[in-house]
Design a protein around this ligand. Sequence first.
Ligand code: CP3
Length: 349
Amino acid sequence: METPAHTKRLLKVLAGTACFPPPVWLMRQAGRYLPEYLELRAKAPSFLDFCYTPALSAEATLQPVRRFGFDAAILFSDILVLPYALGQKVHFDPAEGPKLKPIVSEADLSALDEQLDRNRVAPVLETIDRVKQNLPNDVALIGFCGAPWTVACYMVAGKSSPDQAPARLLAYREHDFFSRIIKTVVDASIDYLTWQIDAGVEVVQIFDTWAGVLPASQFDEWCVAPVKAIVAGLKARRRRAIVIGFAKTGGSRLVDFASQTKVDAVGLDTTVDIDWAARTFGQSTVLQGNLDPLALVASGAAMERGVKEILSVFRARPHIFNLGHGILPQTPISHVAKMLDLVRGKGGP
Ligand code: CP3
């Protein structure tokens, strides 16, 4: 029998109940700051091979939970597994990051599968199954995908870019074509998240890492509408699906994002003023975030102040403690342990 949801603090908060201390997990909590990850990573020739080997990716998912006792595990994979599974050439250069064969013409797009083939993501689903068998009863499992805008940024540029000029230019110059790329990712993401839920994840997070580079006039069309379509499509199929939306962008447009997309919880990035967020979002909106990943690198007074402020501002409302973006590879593990002590009230007098 399934463990009742209320034994998992993350699910309790996502159902709208405030918990203190709040449940805590960190974006990119599995990865290079962990010595045990670096050791495990050496067992696969490439990052994609690693993601596609369930024994390795399941172990990487479990490592941070074992070391730190986080309230949630996040599936170890990558947002670029989706374009890869659709047939785009993708590899990860250890020095330069992701490299994809850019989608710049109709021919490039039609070379991809129109629909996601379940067999192409089967190892990811098997990873979920393995993690479920080894996860403590009180720890929730989070699945994820990239938001269509962010995934399209990489599909079009073929690599990382500081301002996502290639995708923004394509969206201006060839609106309908860019829109078809987005639609392909929306449809594939609905299938992908449905299968992740069926395999056992209890919550999914949609990462829109590049939402912040969109001008106001483009935000609704390329960030809000596609995420809204995924949430609606997923909930039409799996009524109880729980979705956290992380649109990495500051300020007032997050309010639109939250109300339009109907995500169950809103991730706050590092730049968001928490007092503003607490005033602006109703008590019924679950918030997640937003300690500066650099405060975790610095530790000391900066981190203590940051943690304390977040805890006190969000104390009486449903809140999930997290960073404002992914944990940085140079983060000392002792700082993570110290942060958890502070969040859980074990930091001394
Ligand atoms: O612990 C977790 O959060 C689960 C694993 C996870 C990874 N990537 C592992 C990874 C998750 C949730 C992601 C999401 C992801 N991937 C995002 C959105 C979140 C964010 O941080 O903004 C984005 C934009 C990507 C794309 C991506 N993957 C880039 C740009 C890079 C290279 C830069 C970098 O951070 O290294 C990756 C590679 C990647 N994904 C690594 C890891 C652990 C490093 C490669 C390695 O360990 O060999």
